[in-house]
Design a protein around this ligand. Structure first.
Ligand code: PFF
Length: 444
């Protein structure tokens, strides 16, 4: 029977190993770099509320579905979707969902690596004491100088792409968490903490445009690594006896906690220094160094923080490339190393577009609909491709797949947990995603 399939790539040693790997994928730049600036650009509390609702009502059930499909198929997302579709009597064209995921992963990683390169560059700047006693203007100047120098960005982007190691996630993640808490402590001691809390948690719905709702939903997919097969491929290595529901909830809660804590560390500094919360992708690079520049031991903590951020990005990067790697190994007999290097080279090349977006190509002659190359790739992936992938996963898992296959793999019996999952994936996700899409293109 299909449920007895095994993966040719091996299996996680335990449920805990999966939790660490999936959390490693979920927690990354999305939580610490992207969540704060998106929140800042979209008005704060109301955006955060929509984000949290999306995580709970769409994110967790989609995560369960991805793990479930992955574990049942036990192959790369492309082959898993083909096999499962055939098994359930549908077209092999469902493999295209896997392909869209591979494409989304490549596009995301192409800019992800550039931003991770910024963090890497900041390790050395912070360690070297560049920010000691720095003012907001001084920090701003350092950031602007970095991003307007494509050659330097190229070097950092290259170093990040070339170094694809998997290091001790189990130690590094908790360490990052501790440092974030330390930063919150600093933020608290600086006065404007409550203002930050209010910005994050007091919803002002007048600031919530349809576009902001799309962004919040996209951010939920992005932050939880959903909609492109990353969690599906990790699920394909999950031992049969592990509970998919508990595992998914654990990962989603940890991921959300890290994002919220990052917000709590950053916004008080933003307000204490009168900085605009709307400044976009540079936000953490212009705020955190101020904190590191003024706290005792700041050079040490600061460089450590950026090291850990780079590692968090690494563990996410690995999952972004894994669906493609697994496919190259399965269908073309590549070794893992060969597959990773080949995919990495393509991604590195696409990343050049992002590097130039911040300097040479930032002018209006290089933008489309007012968006730079980086803005376009980010919008297309996080706000279109991931939710669309999630929608298709939901349709497959709750409408096409026989209920018996799904409930057999989820192994929750017919209890309330299963019923809630089924309801959310069958109705809430598809309706939610379609509604938000239609709203943004102006049809609703
Ligand atoms: N979840 C990662 C983050 O928040 O940084 C980014 C990411 C990883 C997105 C894997 C999508 C993905 F499939």
């Amino acid at each position: 029977m299909p449920t007895q399939r095994t993966s040719i790539h091996g299996q996680w040693s335990s449920r805990l190993a999966f939790i660490f790997a999936a959390t490693g994928s979920a927690v990354g730049l999305g939580n610490i770099w992207k969540f704060p600036y998106m929140t800042g650009e979209n008005g704060g509390g109301a955006f955060v509320l929509v984000y949290l609702v999306c995580v709970a009502m769409i994110g967790v059930p989609i995560m369960m579905s991805e793990v479930m499909l992955g574990r049942r198929g036990r192959q790369s997302p492309i082959n898993t979707m083909r096999t499962l579709a055939e098994e359930e009597g549908y077209s092999r064209l469902w493999g295209l969902l896997g392909w869209m995921g591979v494409l989304a992963g490549f596009l995301i990683l192409s800019y992800y690596s550039v931003i991770a390169g910024w963090a890497l560059a900041y390790v050395f700047r912070t360690a070297g004491g560049v920010f000691n006693g720095a003012t907001a203007e001084g920090v701003d100047a350092v950031f602007t100088e970095l991003i307007s120098d494509p050659e330097r960005l190229l070097a950092w982007h290259t170093i990040f792409m070339a170094a694809g190691l998997e290091l001790a996630v189990r130690l590094l993640m908790p360490a990052l968490f501790v440092l974030l808490i330390l930063l919150v402590g600093y933020a608290m001691s600086q006065g404007h903490f409550l203002e930050g809390v209010r910005f994050l948690f007091e919803p002002d719905f007048s600031k919530l445009s349809g576009q902001a709702v799309l962004m919040a939903m996209g951010q939920a997919f992005f932050s939880l690594s959903l909609g492109m097969g990353a969690i599906m491929i990790y699920g394909s290595y999950l031992p049969r006896e592990a509970s998919i529901a508990r595992t998914s909830i654990t990962v989603a809660v940890s991921d959300t906690l890290v994002a919220v804590i990052a917000g709590l560390a950053i916004f008080p500094i933003v307000f204490a220094h009168g900085l605009p919360p709307t400044q976009g992708p540079g936000l953490i690079f212009k705020t955190l160094p101020i904190a590191f520049g003024h706290m005792p031991g700041g050079a040490l903590f600061g460089s450590l923080f950026f090291v850990l951020l780079v590692f968090a990005a690494w563990t996410s990067a690995i999952s972004l490339i894994e669906p493609a790697v697994a496919w190259l190994v399965e269908n073309h007999g590549f070794t893992r190393v060969h597959a990773t290097v080949s995919a990495g080279a393509v991604i590195w090349t696409i990343g050049l577009g992002t590097i130039f977006s911040f300097s040479t190509w930032s002018g209006p002659e290089y933008t489309l609909f007012g968006k730079t190359f980086f803005d376009l790739v980010d919008f297309l992936t996080a706000n279109i491709m991931l939710p669309l992938g999630g929608l298709l996963i939901a349709v497959f898992a709750a409408w096409l797949m026989s209920e018996r296959s799904a409930s057999d793999e989820l192994a929750m019996g017919d209890g309330p947990g299963y019923r809630i999952w089924y309801f959310l994936v069958r109705y809430v996700t598809p309706v939610g995603v379609v509604f938000v899409f239609l709203n943004v293109i102006g049809l609703l």
